[in-house]
Design a protein. Structure first.
Length: 199
């Protein structure tokens, strides 16, 4: 039987090759809309607390500070960025992180050290596996930005409500993970990019 890592390498490699024209088109779109850089890089904690740089298409204006959470209508998000975030196309470069071994296709989403330190005990269990591009929590919180926008204090709401719920789902995923479940999560995630499938 194929191992999870072999599937990660084969699938991520194929996606990067097949989507090369789309990656080039998005790069041009990002630059024409708001200049360079094309990519957003941020330090995240991965398996065994090893830090790595996650890669995304940049969806916010360059050199913009601010909180590590993004809400609907965030003024930092560019016009192109709104499209990329809505369709999840900003996540495409993370297949390179998968190919490198920083991440897996499916696994608990990687967080910045700021949030990991809030729940270090729970992350000692969660970070025994590679973080993923998607996971069950990504599906449940597909409208996370809108939820944060409705809160009076988005940072506090994320840290005290959303993040603990994600950790619950991450621990449940680790206890029950299987290749069959991973394929189900991948299929449902792919559907989110299709207009009209979000709810």
């Amino acid at each position: 039987m194929l191992s999870k890592r072999v599937i990660d390498i084969v699938v991520s490699g194929l996606i990067l090759i097949i989507s090369a024209p789309l990656l080039a088109l998005i790069s041009v779109l990002v630059v024409s809309d708001s200049g360079f850089p094309v990519f957003f890089r941020q330090d995240r904690l991965g398996r065994n607390f090893k830090a790595f740089r996650i890669l995304k298409f940049r969806s916010m204006r360059p050199s913009q500070g601010g909180p590590n959470v993004t809400v609907s209508g965030d003024a930092r998000v560019t016009r192109a960025g709104r499209i990329l975030r809505r369709t999840k196309l900003d996540e495409l470069p993370q297949f390179w992180n998968v190919l490198r071994g920083d991440m897996s296709l499916v696994g608990p989403r990687p967080e910045v050290e700021q949030y990991v330190s809030l729940h270090s005990g729970r992350y000692r269990r969660i970070l025994t596996v590679r973080p993923g591009i998607t996971d069950p929590a990504s599906l449940r919180f597909q409208n996370e930005e809108a939820m944060l926008a409705a809160s009076d204090d988005p940072f506090r709401y994320y840290a005290e409500v959303i993040l603990p719920a994600k950790l619950d789902m991450a621990e449940e995923y680790i206890r029950t993970r299987s290749l069959r479940r991973d394929f189900t999560v991948l299929f449902k995630t792919a559907l989110l990019a299709i207009p009209g499938t979000r709810h």
